[in-house]
Design a protein around this ligand. Structure first.
Ligand code: ZN
Length: 476
């Protein structure tokens, strides 16, 4: 069997790590200047290059022919061994998901005391899934990091730094932290094109975009999916081949469903879904594809363009630009994500999808906030903080909020001292306090309202001007 693409094309240098130049440049610079830290924390979504960067760092630290800019040669005996993940005495990779406990940490501690295999070498511990380590394990590691042995470097990789912050805050303060970026669709496509070019395999750009979307920001997944597509056929990679290999639903199907929703044609949903079911569609895959398409429609409605869809889909979505408001699409996306937890376990997936889509087609289009305010002439209730910029942009809404914000009786100071117009943090904290107190007794009287309004007007001349220009009766 041929070598998996993700392995075969794993970068051998800092420069080769896609997208993460903000991390790789810093690490390379540290190597070049001989200022490598004892501990690093690499955070980021899966498949974004955390382990790869850790290995390149280990290669650079131990390379026999390191370049003056800090890049490893990638060719020497040491580089080759580390790169391939085969036995290198000086690089220890630990998967914390399977070695979480204190015993392993103790073992690690003992092993860390052994010096690297040569005077000019570094011992590098790469701890994957580091958020899985127990508190006890972190405590043991903290002891090492407090007095690190010379030429020992720890690299922790995690998808969930928050968990480490909870379990091991003191350790975090001893690590240099880097946050890796999620890899965008176009970056993944670029990389796939270069890899397939080296493999002498042609590919339609749309097909690669489909793979990239399915990989959801993970370069490793994108390459594995490409392996999967290559394995089922000959010749260039086409959209049809990708759909078949990955069980994806054709873009046209999603666009047809968006047509039905836009046209309120609820009755035709059943037929469409039945056809998809007969075609053997995996509805879980379908659901996430539909979410992508609705998200793209939202992007088109908001700013006229969308990433990661084909030009023909963009044309179709642009045609529906006036059929949906952002509010409509947000409601759909929220309903859609709402059914996801129960969806995978459900034995009635088709029924759930039908109900959802019929509901979409029957959704009353949401009306804008301005329409509501104008129609009712009533305020829209207490809300959370609102910065001055928003006040200038939408005086109606904010005045209404200011007047209706609940006021706590016993809380002192009830009103803060007048602030300069630009003091947004004070605005924020005042409103925050108001909304936090909502569980307590509220006192919303005419007097309070007026006094509050006067105070707000005094604080912000723009607001004051807006109040004068607008009909104040609206507030009462
Ligand atoms: Zn080398």
């Amino acid at each position: 069997m041929s070598l998996a693409l993700a392995r075969k094309y794993r970068p051998k240098s800092f420069a080769g790590v896609a997208v993460q130049s903000h991390v790789s440049d810093t690490l390379r610079g540290a190597i070049a200047r001989g200022r490598v830290a004892h501990g690093y924390l690499l955070c980021g979504p899966r498949g974004t290059g955390k382990t790869t960067l850790a290995r390149v760092l280990a290669m650079a630290l131990n390379c026999e022919n390191k370049a003056s800019d800090g890049e490893p040669c990638g060719e020497c005996n040491s580089c080759t061994r580390i790169w391939s993940g085969s036995s290198s005495m000086d690089v220890v990779e630990i998967d914390a998901a399977s070695n979480r406990g204190v015993d392993d940490a103790r073992d690690l501690r003992e092993r860390a005391m052994y010096a690297p295999s040569g005077d000019d070498r570094y011992k590098v511990y790469i701890v994957d899934e580091a958020h899985m380590l127990t508190r006890e394990a972190w405590n043991a590691l903290l002891k090492i990091l407090e007095e690190p042995p010379p030429r020992v470097v720890f690299v922790f990789a995690t998808t969930d730094p928050q968990k480490i912050a909870q379990a091991a805050a003191p350790v975090l303060s001893r690590l240099q932290r880097f946050d890796l970026k999620r890899i965008g669709t176009s970056e993944i496509v670029k990389r796939l094109q270069s890899v397939l070019g080296s493999e002498d395999i042609g590919a339609v750009p749309d097909a690669l975009a489909m793979i990239a979307r399915a990989a959801d920001g993970s370069m490793r997944d994108a390459l594995s999916l490409t392996d999967q597509v290559i394995s089922i056929g000959e010749g260039p990679i086409t959209s049809g081949r990708v759909r078949e290999a990955l069980g994806l639903v054709a873009e046209d199907e999603y666009l047809a469903i968006i047509d039905l929703i836009a046209g309120h044609r609820a009755g035709e949903m059943f037929e469409t879904i039945t056809r998809l079911a007969d075609g053997g569609v995996d509805f879980a895959v379908f659901l996430s594809g539909l979410a992508d398409m609705l998200r793209a429609q939202l992007a088109v409605v908001l700013n006229g363009k969308a990433d990661g869809i084909t030009p023909s889909a963009l044309v179709a979505l642009t045609a529906h630009r006036d059929d949906f408001s952002p509010g409509d699409l947000l409601r759909m996306l929220s309903l859609l994500s709402g059914i996801e937890p129960q969806f995978r376990r459900s034995s009635q997936q088709q029924l759930l999808i039908e109900m959802l889509l019929v509901r979409f087609a029957l959704l009353d289009r949401s009306i804008s906030l301005e329409e509501v305010l104008q129609g009712l002439g009533t305020p829209n209730g207490p809300q959370s903080s609102s910065p001055p910029a928003a006040i200038r942009a939408r005086p109606y809404q904010t005045l209404a909020r200011a007047a209706e914000a609940p006021v706590q009786v016993e809380k002192t100071p009830l009103y803060p001292e007048p602030q300069p117009a630009q003091s947004s943090p004070d605005w924020k904290s005042e409103f925050d306090q108001s909304s936090k107190s909502s569980a307590n007794t509220r006192l919303t009287t005419e007097a309070v309202r007026e006094e509050r309004l006067a105070r707000l007007r005094a604080q912000d001349p723009v607001l004051d001007a807006a109040v004068r220009e607008l009909d104040l009766d609206l507030l009462d």
